[in-house]
Design a protein around this ligand. Structure first.
Ligand code: PRP
Ligand code: URA
Length: 217
């Protein structure tokens, strides 16, 4: 169900997701638990984000008789994590969709300007009927997400969704403005950004907390 404040946004309010998100936000949560929780939340989010995928009939034989089952139609899904923090969501989703292909987009936010700087791009062939799921736990100013989706589009991708864990209104609004057809799935729409572009209340620097590197906050 799209969020009432943004037509491009679905906030996944499942109790298990909300419970895990609360532990994720807690500054006392260890790197090991943080990684595990990002994976688990990504799995649960993927369940929601894939619920309208088209299916088609397929003939199979059970041990007893022939029947018509259903399978997901079209080309294999492609997961596209934005490096680094998006990497933390890949395994969780791949558990649910083991045949998914994985592309990578390398972007980081320049510290002072908050503008995204790109350093890597490698994706499977962007065939028209392929679904792309861009992954990043954080949607803050939206600069990184807008740039990643733009790069995918330039490579020919047409069917793109964005999965994050925490979103700021500023980032959702920017995506709606630049890429209105890209639906966003998040576990929370937080209050606002602070002056350094961090989400409030947020969870801090997702990449640093995932990989145990020094916090920039
Ligand atoms: C974080 C996060 C997003 C980006 C969000 O990455 O993982 O990619 O910031 O901010 P934005 O919406 O304002 O662009 P960061 O630049 O810290 O890089 P990292 O994942 O390598 O730490
Ligand atoms: N990137 C993060 O990792 N956290 C934020 O709060 C904003 C951008």
């Amino acid at each position: 169900m799209p969020d009432p404040s943004f037509r491009n946004l679905t906030v996944v309010t499942h109790p298990l997701i909300q419970h895990k998100l609360t532990i994720l936000r807690d500054r006392e949560t260890s790197t090991r638990d943080f990684k595990q929780l990002v994976n688990e939340i990504a799995t649960l989010m993927a369940y929601e984000a894939t619920k309208d995928l088209a299916t088609e009939p397929v003939e199979i034989h059970t041990p007893l008789e022939q029947m018509t089952g259903r399978q997901v139609a079209g080309k294999k899904l492609t997961l596209v994590p934005i490096l680094r923090a998006g990497l933390g969501m890949v395994e969780g989703i791949a558990q649910l969709v083991p045949s998914a292909r994985v592309g990578h987009i390398g972007l980081y936010r320049e510290h002072d300007t908050l503008k995204p700087v790109d350093y890597y791009f490698k994706i499977p062939a962007a065939e028209v009927e392929r679904d792309f799921f861009v992954l990043d736990p954080m949607l803050a100013t939206g600069g990184s997400a807008v740039a990643a989706v733009g790069a995918l589009r330039d490579a020919g991708a047409r069917r793109i969704r964005f999965l994050c864990i925490v979103a700021a209104p500023e980032g959702v609004a920017k995506m709606l403005d630049v890429h209105p057809d890209v639906h966003i799935y998040t576990a929370s729409l937080d209050r606002q950004l602070n002056e350094q572009g961090y989400i409030l209340p947020g969870l801090g620097d997702a990449g640093d907390r995932l990989f145990g590197t020094r916090s920039k906050e």
